[in-house]
Ligand binder design. Structure first.
Ligand code: SAM
Length: 260
């Protein structure tokens, strides 16, 4: 898994959307204290950076060192590389300075479906502040552009399915089947995520980078299958409306928010 994102770290940093600022205000409004937020599977740190507007300190961790190499730097974001081999006690040391009950908000942006969920959730239980701590996990799967474009993109997603890792099914099902053993705060609960939108401005080159950053594209390539052949890219360009066009697009997103 780490290897998968290592290979595409540069593409990833360029291509993926940032999340609306209102999401962070909404989440920060749910935690009584604002000392520490932990962004897990931070990638290049876009959520971590925006969390600094609401939390004094942000710890941002990722299993992939090369994702972290491409991360936005910020004086109040502490990036931590957390390989699979790291123990839970070491994690408590690294994230909470050796203390449990220290994290006001845990966020996981488009990454929780890759985690060992029982292990991760047990760590969250240790680290979240009690009472008051909140966990929010979110993701997106579909990009919506136009009636011409959307069927071509859906076809690309369908072709990607055989090369997706099994856990991607959680994202495909918009986290409706994702285990989420936390108490509702009135926004969503296990089995019923809230639905949101991520608006973005995208160039055609940005679209191509976004397509290339799909993990299934990397996996398919390793198996000798090119999901983004010249013909596919040409078709995308045709339905995009031209190489030089910058379009307003949106991603359909989903979020689960809970407390202990
Ligand atoms: C799709 S990217 C999301 C990155 C970023 N949060 C975003 O919103 O774009 C998934 C990230 O999860 C990381 N990841 C996967 N498994 C992980 C694990 N077990 N622990 C920590 N990070 C992990 C990957 O290295 C990658 O950076």
């Amino acid at each position: 898994m780490a290897g998968l994102y290592d290979k595409q770290a540069e593409e990833y940093a360029e291509a993926r959307p940032t999340y609306p600022k209102e999401w962070y205000s909404m989440l920060a409004g749910l935690t009584p204290q604002h000392s520490l937020a932990w962004d897990v599977g931070t990638g290049n740190g876009q959520a971590a950076q925006d969390l600094t507007e609401h939390y004094e300190q942000v710890v941002a961790s990722d299993i992939s060192e090369s994702q972290l190499k491409h991360a936005f730097q910020h004086p109040r974001v502490r990036y931590i590389h957390t390989p699979m081999s790291i123990s839970d006690d070491e994690m408590v040391n690294l994230i909470g300075g050796g203390h449990e009950n220290t994290v006001d908000l845990v966020t996981v942006a488009t990454a929780v479906h890759w985690f060992d969920l029982p292990k991760f959730y047990s760590l969250v239980r240790r680290l979240l502040r009690k009472p008051g701590g909140i966990i929010a996990v979110w993701g997106y799967y579909k990009l919506l552009v136009s009636p011409d474009f959307d069927p071509v993109y859906n076809h690309f997603l369908e072709k990607s399915i055989p090369f997706q890792k099994p856990n991607v099914i959680y994202a495909r099902e918009n986290y409706r089947t994702l285990p989420f053993p936390f108490e509702s705060v009135g926004l969503s609960h296990e089995g019923e995520p809230m639905t949101l939108e991520i608006p973005d401005e995208m160039s055609f080159q940005g679209l191509v980078s976004m397509l290339k950053s799909h993990s299934a594209v990397t996996i398919a390539k390793d198996q000798g299958v090119d999901l983004l052949s010249e013909e596919v890219i040409k078709e995308f360009q045709r339905v995009w409306g031209g190489h030089d066009l910058v379009r307003s697009v949106k991603y359909d997103a989903f979020m689960l928010v809970g407390k202990l």
